[in-house]
Design a protein around this ligand. Structure first.
Ligand code: AMP
Length: 392
């Protein structure tokens, strides 16, 4: 059965088509700069093709995607696609599991737009385009927030007036849930046990840490929005909220400008003044650039703070897992983080750590806790849920 996993952003659309239940990837690709100018890349049989074409709307991108699936002979007829799974950023507290998309679900996603003003509108647009262009396929929503719905009130509430939660839904939701679920699940398999205490470090351009006990998330570092928790590429993460009013009153900035700076001009970029990309920061560190050194030290420390917090919350840990762009690829960042956890008896082997993007156990035999690199796979999780719901 052919299933398409779709991940739409405000100006991008990533897709991967699977033969299920074998989980065989048939074709994948990325449409970029939708509404700006446009280009797309398609990957098939180990080959990559890039084309520059005007992409005014997501609908145009989906139309080209459909044409290319036929051109490349992946499908002869669109009706062969039995399921389309959509990554949806915000499911609020309505959805802890993936769901079949109905008019009612679309209405809920629209109601949740205030909580995800940049992401949910793009997700809804693309869902509607697929419902129109591939009407026979079962459409499924897989939520970034879903996995974190097992958190208890004491962990997901902020200590602010309770009415903010009751009347406006102000609480921690958490994001990257599909990745945290995949990585912690894979880690349980590697540990060979379900009853486990796992800390997942999803560190990429965005980043979040989660504490997973016996397969359930008990806490996570992102909050009401993705701009909470650790320092990220361009996001500040946790800050003293008083600086918003302070900067408004003293720097003459509007709240929107401050919010934009906290999301797009902070983090590694804000501190280094060089780049949001950890590869550039690492190059700067090697060249002795002091702001890059400071940015990297702060980045590592914020991650260590969360790992330490979750280590105590879990009452110890069986494993720490690194995933996403930085976690999978940066041996320098992994090693700097684990070095700071030496007081807990956690150690990695520099030789085992000298890998990129490969599932590996990198801790030493005498480490008190196993440390893994587990490349994330959000797309396969979307395909699995879509397959299961389409066959119910
Ligand atoms: P993601 O958001 O998961 O796609 O991660 C993207 C980020 O991963 C990039 O912005 C880089 O900062 C980081 N990254 C990718 N490759 C490397 C590498 N070889 N070394 C360090 N960081 C990397």
């Amino acid at each position: 059965m052919k299933v398409l996993a779709v991940n739409a952003g405000s100006s991008s659309l990533k897709f991967q088509m699977y033969e299920m239940p074998e989980e065989k990837v048939l074709i994948s690709g990325l449409f970029e700069r939708i509404g700006i100018d446009g280009s797309y890349t398609i990957k098939l049989n180990g080959e990559k093709v890039k084309k520059d074409v005007p992409l005014n709307t997501h609908k145009e991108a989906v139309q080209i995607l459909i044409d290319e699936l036929k051109n490349y002979g992946v499908v002869e007829d669109m009706n062969e696609i039995k399921g389309v799974g959509h990554r949806v950023v915000h499911g609020g507290d309505k959805y802890s599991e993936s769901v079949l998309i109905t008019d009612e679900v679309i209405k809920v996603l629209e109601d949740l737009i205030p909580l995800a003003p940049l992401h949910n509108p793009a997700n809804i647009t693309v869902i509607n385009v697929f419902r129109e262009l591939v009407p026979e396929a079962t459409q499924v929503a897989v939520f970034d927030t879903g996995f974190h719905q097992t958190m208890k009130e004491e962990n997901f509430l902020y200590p602010v007036p309770y009415e903010w939660y009751q009347n406006y839904g102000v609480r921690k939701y958490g994001f990257h849930g599909t990745s945290h679920k995949y990585v912690s699940g894979r880690c349980q398999e590697l540990l060979g046990k379900q009853d486990s205490k796992i800390i997942v470090c999803h560190i990429g351009n965005g980043g979040s840490i989660s504490a997973v006990k016996n397969g359930e998330c008990i806490d996570t570092s992102m909050g009401l929005s993705p701009n909470a928790g650790i320092m990220m590429g361009t996001r500040a993460g946790d800050i003293d909220t008083s600086m918003v009013l302070y900067m408004k009153n003293n720097a003459g900035m509007t709240v929107e400008e401050i919010d934009n700076a906290l999301n797009k001009k902070s983090g590694l970029l804000g501190i280094s003044g060089v780049s949001s990309d950890s590869r550039d920061i690492e190059d700067g560190v090697k060249e002795g650039n002091e702001r890059c050194i400071l940015a990297q030290n702060m980045y590592v420390q914020k991650i260590v703070n969360y790992i330490a917090q979750y280590y105590v919350l879990l009452g110890g840990a069986d494993a720490i897992c690194f995933t996403a762009g930085v976690g999978e690829n940066s041996k320098a960042t992994r090693s700097a983080i684990i070095e700071k956890l030496a007081c807990l008896g956690i150690k990695i082997d520099p030789v085992k750590n000298d890998v990129r993007g490969v599932e590996t156990l990198i801790s030493t035999d005498d480490s008190t806790c196993k440390v893994y690199i587990i490349p994330t796979d959000e797309e396969v999780m979307i395909a699995r849920d879509t397959y299961h719901l389409a066959n119910k």
